[in-house]
Design a protein around this ligand. Structure first.
Ligand code: FAD
Length: 381
């Protein structure tokens, strides 16, 4: 079943997909006013039922690294946050909902992409649970929320308590009075551990290496500036000031800072095995626990691209040196929002705008070069 044919198909309607949508919208608007080239037709496919991407699944007390004024996508400022601290995840969801309405972005949801393959006549065929789309360009903005990572551990099958990944954590209320282990030395681990402190009967925080906090005054703005200057320097062959990782792993957002300064966030080294009722370290020490919460990150959600047989750089697709959002050797396939491997800071609200702009410009250039402009068509999903 054909669902539609467009010049540019964006897969994923989180912040990255919407940023691409903004620039496509702007070019189409200019074309309607007689400025620039012809209007590209485009659609955004999103597997979730409602707007907001991963933000709609974060826990209730999560707050952004930065104030609203520094957490915006291109074109439209995030409205001010009137609560304490930085904006909440719910504030971001509301912002993203308004954003796609404001620009009338053609988001089709829920539509899940199962496979993308080369179109025999050029371009791509994108197979979804609601039919197949044809397009000349695919911009993949599927994030990583749908692909949580949990390391394999000896004895995990025998452990009788419960285990869940950050993706299943909605807030501390469900864990009142429990003995909990939080695993992970990144932002999720630190934030979830700090969040659980008032509710848990016993909280053990384990990390593979001692926690590395960024300086307290470093927030999302500084991270973005640092990531950008690092990548620019590397690209020019100049000495790098050091990437974000050179400063630390954990942004000291106020709840984390308070818990750390009060001495409540004392990390233990990673345990070596599970026991049926808890965890055990190499030195024989054990702790009885009810819940293990894996804050161990994600892998890019790219399984649907397997039929393309993309060149890989270790675990992520190889990208173009000149334009890091473009798949190497493929004029019409781009990655947006996946993080540093696809462009510096592109996994953040403030950081995705710049790569979205260059990606859409490259997509338009590809359309022009291949002269594969399609008549707009497509049914709402
Ligand atoms: P997502 O938001 O995950 O959106 C991807 C979309 O693609 C989803 O809507 C999904 O339905 C869709 N999709 C996936 N697969 C398919 C498929 N096969 N078919 C169709 N659709 C599909 N960022 C900041 O900027 N500031 C912060 O302060 C900040 N704090 C954070 C704190 C924590 C603890 C965490 C975990 C993250 C934080 N982030 C922050 C990062 C930010 O939340 C994510 O990087 C961001 O949501 C990624 O956006 P995205 O659009 O790339 O992916």
């Amino acid at each position: 079943m054909t669902a539609g044919a467009v010049d540019v198909l964006v897969i994923g309607g989180g912040q990255a997909g919407l940023a691409a949508g903004f620039y496509l919208h702007r070019i189409a608007r200019d074309a309607a006013r007689g400025r620039g080239g012809p209007a590209p037709s485009y659609a955004i496919l999103d597997a979730h039922e409602s707007p907001g991407g991963a933000w709609q699944y974060y826990w209730d007390t999560l707050e952004l690294f930065s104030p609203a004024a520094y957490s915006s996508l291109p074109g439209y400022q995030m409205p001010p946050w009137t609560g304490a601290g930085n904006p909440s995840a719910a504030h971001v969801v509301a912002y993203l909902r308004t954003y796609e309405q404001r620009y009338g972005l053609p988001v089709h949801r829920p539509v899940t992409v199962h496979a993308v393959q080369d179109h025999p006549d050029g371009g791509y065929l994108t197979h979804t649970d609601r039919g197949t789309w044809e397009s000349t360009v695919v911009i993949n903005a599927t994030g990583s929320w749908r692909r949580p990572f949990v390391p394999r551990m000896t004895g995990a099958q025998e452990f009788t308590g419960s285990q869940l990944h950050t993706t299943g954590y909605r807030g501390r209320a469900a864990f009142t009075g429990q003995r909990i282990v939080v695993v992970g030395g990144g932002n999720s681990g630190a934030q979830v551990a700090a969040d659980l402190l008032p509710a848990a009967a016993q909280l053990t925080w384990v990390t593979r290496r001692p926690p590395r906090y960024l300086p307290d005054d470093v927030d999302g703005r500084a991270l973005f500036a640092l990531a950008t200057s690092h990548v620019r320097a590397v690209r020019r062959g100049e000495p790098s000031p050091g990437g974000v990782g050179s400063l630390g792993d954990i942004v000291a957002v106020p709840p984390v800072r308070e818990a750390r300064d009060a001495g409540h966030l004392q990390a233990q080294p990673m345990f070596s095995t599970f026991t049926p009722t808890g965890i055990r370290w190499d030195d024989g020490r054990t702790v009885e626990v009810d819940v293990v919460l894996w804050c161990t990150g994600f892998r890019p959600a790219l399984g649907h691209l397997r039929p393309l047989g993309l060149a890989m750089d270790d675990t992520t697709p190889a990208t173009d040196r000149e334009l890091p959002t473009r798949a190497r050797g493929r004029g019409g396939l781009f990655f947006l929002g996946h993080g540093d491997w696809a462009s510096p800071a592109s996994a953040t609200l403030v950081g995705v705008g710049a790569p979205a702009r260059t990606t859409v410009a490259a997509a338009i250039e590809h359309l022009t070069r291949t002269s594969q402009v399609r008549a707009p068509s497509g049914r709402p999903g």
